[in-house]
Design a protein around this ligand. Structure first.
Ligand SMILES: *[C@@H]1O[C@H](CO)[C@@H](O)[C@H](O)[C@H]1NC(C)=O
Ligand SMILES: *[C@@H]1O[C@H](CO)[C@@H](O)[C@H](O)[C@H]1NC(C)=O
Ligand SMILES: *[C@@H]1O[C@H](CO)[C@@H](O)[C@H](O)[C@H]1NC(C)=O
Ligand SMILES: *[C@@H]1O[C@H](CO)[C@@H](O)[C@H](O)[C@H]1NC(C)=O
Ligand SMILES: *[C@@H]1O[C@H](CO)[C@@H](O)[C@H](O)[C@H]1NC(C)=O
Ligand SMILES: *[C@@H]1O[C@H](CO)[C@@H](O)[C@H](O)[C@H]1NC(C)=O
Length: 312
């Protein structure tokens, strides 16, 4: 039954890719700037991809033509190979988005990326990339989003990463990163910061208080220490907070539960002195998971009337 499903899916993929190749023979965008074409080839090599046609223009084909990848295709594996060149200077195109998801890339992160001057997004989720985070990346003025979720990256977050001018989304989830969170990260105007499932230690730096635009903060499964900072209760735009087994200790400041935009709050496995269940919980809360916390007192009655999906 399952086999049949996969087979059908694979023939569908083959059919779609055939149609896709037929379509893209008509060029709609100017060709990639020759300097960037060189950089793209360097990047492919560093990431561990083998180009099948090094002279292919990724702005025309919309992807990097690479040799077969070996990701195990399941219903949940979304293989994406997408190069977008949304900026042109009148003569040449420039790469703006690089997405290579679940492509079994086994190389390292390319410092050469900085020479794609107009890059806005880099998304390398679910590969086997190892090595460190390149400090050079922080010089990219347009870079908005970095997703390196589920790789084998190690080492520390470089202090240079505090210099990103336009980075809003940073996900480093599920890697082997370690060390403390550099205080410089608090100088980047992030809306999303996802550090879960790594080996980070130390306390959260006080500079993170500056992240007034933060909507999504996840630090589950790390070895942080110190108490949950009170400043989280001042992140007024926060919508999702996830701290499963973060290593941080309670108490959890009551202002955090009351945050007006917080609709998804998950905290589990936290030691520290006993504290009371907060009297006030944001009325718009949709998901609330509080487990194995040193909390006492009664759960406010109205929380059951809110239609909250609760696990306690
Ligand atoms: C490729 O990425 C761009 C920018 O993220 C997106 O607009 C486009 O729909 C994607 N194309 C495909 C075929 O997935
Ligand atoms: C970017 O390109 C310049 C000029 O080709 C080169 O000197 C420099 O080493 C490149 N930077 C990286 C990080 O590869
Ligand atoms: C910074 O990002 C925003 C949102 O994507 C964009 O509108 C703006 O043009 C970017 N600025 C630069 C310098 O790239
Ligand atoms: C941070 O980003 C928001 C939009 O996401 C913007 O309104 C605000 O001005 C930025 N703040 C700084 C200090 O750059
Ligand atoms: C927290 O962790 C840091 C880094 O590992 C360590 O230097 C510090 O002593 C720890 N603090 C406490 C209170 O355990
Ligand atoms: C819970 O709080 C009590 C009283 O503050 C303390 O004695 C106990 O060690 C705490 N338990 C945990 C698991 O932190």
């Amino acid at each position: 039954m399952l086999m049949m499903h996969i087979n059908q899916k694979m023939s569908l993929i083959l059919l779609l890719s055939f149609l896709y190749f037929r379509q893209v023979t008509v060029a709609q965008v100017p060709r990639l700037h020759p300097d960037e074409a060189v950089v793209v080839r360097q990047i492919a090599t560093t990431l561990g991809a083998t180009l099948t046609n090094p002279t292919d223009d990724p702005c025309q084909s919309g992807k990097l033509l690479v040799t077969k990848t070996y990701a195990i295709v399941t219903e949940f594996t979304e293989i994406v190979n997408n190069i977008t060149c949304n900026y042109n200077d009148g003569t040449f195109s420039h790469v703006t988005h690089v997405t290579m998801k679940s492509m079994s890339l086994e190389g390292t992160l390319p410092p050469e990326l900085v020479n794609l001057t107009f890059l806005k997004e880099i998304e390398l989720t679910r590969n086997y990339l190892s090595g460190g985070l390149p400090k050079e990346w922080a010089t990219m003025r347009h870079l908005n989003k970095i997703s390196l979720t589920a790789n084998r990256l190690s080492g520390k977050i470089p202090v240079e990463w505090g210099k990103f001018a336009n980075l809003t989304h940073l996900s480093l989830e599920a890697n082997r990163l370690s060390g403390t969170i550099p205080k410089e990260l608090g100088y980047v105007n992030l809306t999303e910061l996802i550090l879960s499932a790594n080996q980070f230690v130390g306390s959260l730096p006080i500079t993170l208080e500056n992240l007034a635009e933060l909507k999504d903060f996840r630090i589950s499964d790390n070895s942080f220490n110190g108490t949950v900072p009170e400043f989280i209760g001042r992140w007024s735009k926060l919508q999702r907070l996830e701290m499963y087994s973060s290593g941080l200790e309670g108490p959890i400041d009551p202002t955090i539960f009351a945050l007006g935009n917080l609709i998804d709050l998950r905290i589990t496995d936290m030691s520290g002195p006993k504290f009371d269940f907060p009297k006030l919980i944001n009325k718009k809360m949709k998901s609330l998971v509080l487990r194995n916390l040193n909390m006492s007192g009664s759960i406010p009655k109205d929380i059951w009337d809110m239609g909250v999906q609760k696990t306690m």
